[in-house]
Write a protein that binds this ligand. Structure first.
Ligand SMILES: [Zn+2]
Length: 279
């Protein structure tokens, strides 16, 4: 598992790209061009008419992705970059009291620790061991076993080339009556202003309501969509006043619309989050 926060764009040569002719989630070939995300060789953001996923028309080769992330790990300390961590933790904790948490791409596990002071935490990421006996670090999702009352995939699914198998694994790990939380970038509405910088090849997918509102049907889940809405604002007024005010202003009309219907017209929100309650 390669981690979350990095999404600096990088131009890839043709030899570093693999053309992806079908939707990586549902396999449909009926996809619509949304916006160019790289030129020469051209890479497009495409949306799938069946499952609503937006994805890059070309995926990076494994070698290209390794090279991209190795630059990141040379330059950055790994950790949760989310500024308003306590508010974010509360956003999740008010819906559940987990005994076991799986935090996919969760860095050092600090978000999960903030959600619960007592839960056993399994983090799938390339972080350095924290020395905290509550936290088990795994390198790959396939190593996770058992079931979890809470499965978190915050700002991580957009990085994963094999998104379908990853999501299937995550869903299988949710306990009966457990909660699945995901937070994903959703920038495709901004494409109507021209080229959109999705952060390719760090970000390979863009997931908003068109995808999340259909996810139960797409993956045939025994679950209920408890919430599907603009993601929580990532910054605080104390640290980034202008950016925080702009984020609230952009998200507010969408929240207002969601009081009345599930498919908002105003979608300039930048990110989406969902809570799925399993049966
Ligand atoms: Zn699809």
């Amino acid at each position: 598992m390669r981690a979350a926060a990095f999404h600096e764009s990088k131009h890839l040569q043709a030899t570093a790209l693999i053309s992806s002719s079908t939707c990586p989630v549902c396999g449909a070939s009926d996809r619509r061009r949304v916006a160019p995300i790289q030129a020469e060789p051209d890479v497009w953001l495409l949306t799938c008419r069946r499952c609503g996923l937006a994805s890059a028309s070309h995926m990076p080769t494994r070698e290209a992705l390794e090279e991209y992330y190795s630059r990141y790990y040379q330059q950055n300390e790994l950790g949760v970059t989310f500024v308003g961590k306590q508010a974010f933790a509360k956003n999740i904790a008010k819906r559940c009291t987990p005994r076991r948490i799986l935090d996919f791409g969760g860095g050092d596990g600090s978000l999960s620790k903030a959600i619960s002071p007592t839960a056993e935490i399994v983090v799938v990421d390339y972080a350095a061991p924290t020395g905290d006996s509550r936290v088990t670090l795994l390198k790959e999702l396939s190593e996770a076993s058992g079931s979890f009352d809470l499965v978190i995939a915050s700002a991580v699914l957009e990085h994963v080339p094999e998104i379908r198998i990853t999501m299937e694994r995550l869903f299988r790990l949710v306990a009966p009556r457990g909660l699945f939380y995901a937070r994903t970038p959703y920038v495709q509405p901004f494409a109507s202003f021209g080229r959109v910088d999705v952060g390719f090849p760090g970000h390979l997918h863009d997931l908003g309501p068109d995808f999340w509102n259909r996810v139960i049907e797409t993956f045939q889940l025994q679950a209920v969509l408890e919430a599907s809405r603009p993601s929580i604002v990532e910054t605080s007024f104390a640290s980034h006043p202008v950016r925080t005010l702009a984020a609230y202003a952009l998200k507010a009309p969408c929240h207002l619309e969601l009081l009345f219907h599930r498919n908002p017209w105003w979608r300039f929100v930048g990110g989406w989050e969902v809570f799925l309650r399993f049966r």
